[in-house]
Design a protein around this ligand. Structure first.
Ligand SMILES: [Zn+2]
Length: 410
């Protein structure tokens, strides 16, 4: 059901309320454009959005009675983008190489690089990210939530769980409980090898049942790194919440996802292209070798073809996640351009990155829609992405929680 609210409003949820709002204007802020998309599939046309205390308080069709605080002309306004898979802690070090543990960077230098990535991500139109994940994320999550540093709202798995085939189920269940105790918003599980190593399963069905079963019992979501069909299928059947990557997903697996309501977050270009474009910065570190780069190159057409099948499979809940790593931060929306070129409609691509992305994070009543009561996370792009998806790469305005971080003249 579309709740096209033309006036007030819904009991405000306090979960995402801004702390303090240092320097924020006390009076309502208005944002006007001749082209507003609500994030749920409706094109509202000309509309004026009123923002109070970090939340949307009204959405009115047409122009405002007095000039809007932010007059965005014919830019297309939509909810802030939600990226379900970002690694802010991946960066290029002072030598221009991918940062790895023993390169001499101090923790302070690393933290500054993470924050730089978070800032680039926000300015690129992404107002919420999910990180799968690193222990350091808990600090950034806290600072970004306070609104004292410019960055996206952040959810994190903290360190992922990477079983090997002999890890006992009891140990895996204990690891899930430990992550919850450490403050994880979700659990990230590796169920297959990297695509650079063939993507074959690294867990048993019983282990997946233990991990996702334990997480479900605790009310925690699970996202699973899985490339091979076998690992994808195991994850769906174990009741895991979301599958990542899934390059070798078959039509039967897609049908099973639709039946079980599993969210699917396949990446088809940004992450691959970024590694290839930055090859010299990664080459020789870990599995970034000749074979690894060949696998990445080979995976791109496979991933695009799989995506084309996924968007045609009724009921598959595709969300937008980029797997942004060093070199890709701030370019997240390049991935959306590829997804539309692979066959997704522009409107569905936008919905997948807004209201459906929010629903997958279990924040569907708080973010991802332009409706009264929702967080005032708004993005505007120059042009009309429904006609030309490359407009998504021309972000000109970013508001998060009612505060404006970017307002370029087009
Ligand atoms: Zn990843």
């Amino acid at each position: 059901m579309r709740r096209l609210a033309l006036a007030l409003l819904v009991a405000p949820s306090l979960a995402l309320a801004q702390r303090g709002g240092r320097g924020g204007p006390p009076q309502p802020i208005t944002v006007h454009s001749t082209h507003v998309l609500d994030g749920r599939g409706a094109d509202l046309g000309e509309a004026t959005i009123t923002v109070e205390n970090g939340k949307i308080s009204r959405v009115d069709r047409g122009a405002p009675a007095t000039p809007a605080t932010y007059e965005l002309g014919s830019a297309t306004v939509m909810p802030g983008i939600i990226d379900a898979h970002v690694h802010l802690n991946w960066y290029f070090n002072r030598q221009g190489r991918y940062h790895s543990g023993n390169d001499g960077d101090t923790p302070a230098q690393s933290l500054l690089a993470y924050l730089e990535n978070g800032h680039a991500t926000l300015l690129g139109g992404v107002t919420t990210i999910q990180s799968p994940g690193a222990a350091i994320d808990s600090l950034m999550r806290e600072w970004y939530a306070a609104g004292t540093l410019p960055g996206p709202r952040m959810l994190t798995s903290l360190n992922p769980i990477s079983p090997n085939l002999t890890t006992p189920d009891s140990v895996l269940r204990a690891q899930v409980r430990q992550r919850k105790a450490q403050g994880a918003d979700l659990i990230k599980i590796f169920a297959s090898a990297s695509i650079r190593e063939g993507g074959t399963p690294t867990v048993t069905a019983a282990q997946m049942n233990a991990l996702c079963g334990e997480a479900n019992a605790l009310g925690l979501r699970t996202i699973v790194h899985a490339h091979s069909s076998e690992s994808v299928r195991m994850s769906i059947l174990a009741g895991c919440t979301q599958i990542e990557h899934g390059v070798f997903t078959t039509d039967a697996d897609l049908k099973l996802m639709a039946e079980k309501g599993t969210y699917f977050d396949p990446q088809i270009c940004l992450v691959f292209q970024n590694y290839l474009d930055n090859r010299a910065k990664y080459e020789g570190i870990g599995n970034f070798n000749e074979v690894g780069f060949k696998s990445l190159q080979d995976a791109m057409p496979l991933a695009a073809a799989m995506y084309a099948r996924a968007v045609k499979t009724p009921g598959v809940k595709i969300v937008f996640g980029t797997d942004a790593v060093a070199g890709a931060h701030g370019h997240n929306l390049d991935e959306m351009v590829c997804r539309v070129k692979a066959g997704q409609t522009p409107m569905d691509a936008i919905v997948s990155a807004t209201s459906r992305g929010a629903e997958a994070l279990r924040l569907g009543n708080e973010i991802g829609s332009i409706l009264p009561g929702y967080a005032a996370d708004l993005v505007a792009v120059t042009g009309n992405p429904l006609n030309d998806i490359t407009s998504m790469k021309r972000v000109q305005f970013v508001m998060r929680g009612g505060r404006v971080y970017r307002n370029d003249k087009p």
